[in-house]
Design a protein around this ligand. Structure first.
Ligand SMILES: CC(C)(COP(=O)(O)OP(=O)(O)OC[C@H]1O[C@@H](n2cnc3c(N)ncnc32)[C@H](O)[C@@H]1OP(=O)(O)O)[C@@H](O)C(=O)NCCC(=O)NCCS
Length: 170
């Protein structure tokens, strides 16, 4: 796949079924998210429509008119002094992994974070996800610590790796 074939754009409400399908695969079968309840319409439309999209965008990568991946920046904490930090998420449909889409989405999110004036992006990566660690390292994230045994899914207790990328050179 040439990344030139990929269109990266802001997500629309009409993309939510595809976005949620990609996400729900990990809700139900993976540990990339610690959510255990699927996202569905109309209940979860506000996940997109109620956010401050200028600071916390949701973007999609389209391939042949199909949403193949998506990513977002989200509020790290509701406590205002954390406003310069955002949590980054990226999910690629299982049929399209390993072809550079994750990197395209993550690089676009970094650019969006810079433009919004964010200071730092954070990623939480559950243990056993070498693809995600590799992806984040490739674009400059550093490992800053391990939150030990903070999660439990499918009967397994899980560590979470914390990674950061400073957009302001700090
Ligand atoms: C993690 C994920 C987003 C990576 O996206 P992807 O499109 O498969 O990754 P890419 O093809 O863009 O690869 C990015 C880099 O990571 C490396 N990489 C990808 N998969 C890898 C793997 N399984 N092991 C080691 N390195 C890997 C690639 O070599 C590439 O490096 P390069 O640009 O130097 O060649 C994707 O696998 C995914 O959606 N997984 C399920 C959801 C998830 O884990 N999301 C992250 C939550 S923290």
């Amino acid at each position: 796949m040439a990344t030139a074939d990929v269109t990266v754009r802001d997500a629309r409400v009409s993309d939510l079924p595809a976005i949620f399908a990609i996400y729900n695969e990990q809700v139900l079968h993976g540990t990339a998210t610690f959510d255990t309840e699927v996202k569905e319409l109309p209940r979860d439309e506000a996940w997109l429509t109620a956010r401050d999209l200028s600071r916390h965008p949701v973007i999609v990568a389209e391939l042949d008119g199909r949403v193949a991946a998506w990513g977002s920046l989200s509020q790290w904490s509701a406590r205002c002094a954390y406003a310069r930090a955002a949590e980054e998420s990226v999910y690629v449909h299982e049929d399209f992994r390993g072809r550079g889409l994750g990197r395209v989405v993550l690089e676009a999110l970094i650019e969006r974070g810079r433009r919004a004036g964010l200071g730092v992006l954070l990623a939480r990566i559950a243990e056993g996800n070498p693809a995600s660690i590799a992806l984040h390292e490739r674009v400059g994230f550093r490992r800053i610590g391990t939150m030990r045994r903070v999660g439990e899914k499918f009967g397994r207790i899980l560590d979470v790796e914390l990674m950061d990328l400073h957009l302001d050179g700090g």
